[in-house]
Design a protein around this ligand. Sequence first.
Ligand code: HEM
Length: 278
Amino acid sequence: MSVPNTRNAVQSLIDSPSSPPIASRIHPNETPPTQAQIDIVRYTWERVSEIHLEEDDPAVSATHAFGLAFYDALFKLDPSLKPLFTNIFQQARALAGMVSYIARSPKVTGPNKPRSSPSYNDGCGMSTAKLEKVPTIREINARKRKETNATTFEELVSSAAASNPKAEDNEEGDPEQLLYKLRELGARHYFYNVEPRYLALVGPAVLSALKTRLGKEFLPEVAEAWTRAHAYAAYHMKIGLESQAAWEQGRRKSASMKMNSGSSNAHHSGLKSNCVIQ
Ligand code: HEM
């Protein structure tokens, strides 16, 4: 499968005289989004959830429609990726759910802050986590909106971009927990036959989907915030994916060494998968 020159792909998909300039940090990047950019991502996601286009299937939610627009853009970038997916309709919904999760970045409580939540804890012996009732994106936005005089989405985005919030202001989020979730998600993508280089296509596809869904409200600050947020997410997914690949490779190597030395013992070589992310 070929990955086209991403910069060109971004330009052809998104750039037009009326489009915001595309940020250069389109590849996986470890720089986390600023608090102002996190705020903009949350405002955008709420806005995306409100916009229904004429051509939308009425049975599909607006965020689900965003997911579908994302896969449309992804397959325009590389049609050979299609066979990786079994059901795009369901997948688009899963993607929208994950974007909501990332944007909300829930807080985890407990005496020893766990690294993984129970749902993804597949027998690796990690302690279980209790997910605190976290505010929804809408609730977080409503609280922040009160601090501004903004009435429209554009005004809200401009006021967030002009503000200078400190990282500590983000008391809803838990960056460490989010980071582990992203690495686990990346590790699972190993089993979906995703190669690390495909992650560079996520940025252009996300921006294209946002442009489709937001129309005129696809502002330069929105493009910038989502570019940074997705590059950060993709960076940690890539670490998870590469760690899982390396672990699987080591497992295969050790199994074949045991076979060759004649001391193969199937039940002893049965290492558990999904324990890579420590
Ligand atoms: C920021 C980037 C991405 C996010 C947030 C994301 C999110 C997800 C989620 C939530 C799932 C559902 C299953 C699960 O939770 O394990 C999933 C599955 C999957 N993803 Fe991704 N993904 C991303 C990038 C990619 C890329 C770049 C590709 C390949 C081009 C890809 C291919 C797949 C495939 C093949 C599946 C399984 C679908 C199926 O079984 O039909 N993903 N992804």
